[in-house]
Design a protein around this ligand. Structure first.
Ligand code: CA
Length: 228
């Protein structure tokens, strides 16, 4: 899942981003209100963490614009001004939750998880064919062989994206944006490298699921049993 942080305190945004990445989220950061609004309206995000006091455009205005577009994205507002008035203002224009600054990072992460788990698979597990992916364990498991293997964060996000879009061909660009983020300096052959790690792990656990390359189009998950 993909999160946008709109926060002008660079160190704070970095800290939150680092922590959320460890929890398997893909995170982009905007340090400015105008850029934040532009990114928020892209429709790419599952959740936006939105500061109120921002250069060029404040968080309340950004939230209004998002809701005007009928964008259903979850929004958690942050602000140093912890007055009740601000809370009401935040909810009044469609924030899903509100975290006053200063906050403990664990609290913010818990609220992010609470917002996103509402739409997530039961028991925090995604399934496709004979494989399951457990959000709590960072392991890829094969039900058929009863084998499992540890996977790192990028591998997790890559296979999660494929598993959550079983009927779609996902282009390299889509996968790259989703897993590495828009501003990533990673090069596109990182994608091929990670793709081969995940393919290898699928083989190691004895799964009948494989990642097919669709020529000039992208990638798709395939489950051998389905073809019979
Ligand atoms: Ca601020």
């Amino acid at each position: 899942m993909r999160i946008l942080i709109v926060e002008d305190e660079v160190a704070l945004a970095g800290l939150v981003s680092e922590r959320l990445s460890k929890d398997h989220y893909t995170v982009d950061i905007s340090n400015d209100g105008e850029e934040g609004l532009y990114n928020a309206l892209s429709g790419m995000y599952d959740l936006i963490i939105l500061d109120i006091m921002l250069p060029h455009k404040d968080g309340i205005e950004i939230l209004r614009e998002i809701r005007k577009e009928n964008n259903e994205v979850k929004v958690i507002m942050l602000t140093a001004r912890a007055e009740l008035e601000d809370r009401l203002l935040g909810f009044g224009c469609g924030a899903n939750d509100y975290v006053p600054k200063p906050f403990h990072i664990d609290e913010l992460v818990a609220r992010v998880n609470a917002q996103l788990n509402m739409g997530r698979a039961v028991q925090n597990v995604v399934r496709f064919g004979d494989i399951t992916l457990d959000y709590n364990l960072s392991r890829l498991c094969c039900v058929g062989s009863n084998e499992d293997i540890a996977i790192n964060n990028k591998e997790f996000q890559l296979i999660e994206y494929l598993m959550c879009n079983p009927d779609r061909i996902l282009s390299k660009e889509m996968i790259f944006d989703r897993v590495w983020g828009m501003d990533s300096e990673a090069v596109s052959n990182s994608l091929e490298a990670y793709m081969s790690f995940v393919r290898k792990k699928l083989r190691v656990i004895g799964s009948k699921v494989s990642i097919k390359t669709v020529r000039n189009m992208g990638y798709r998950l395939e489950y051998e049993e389905q073809r019979l």
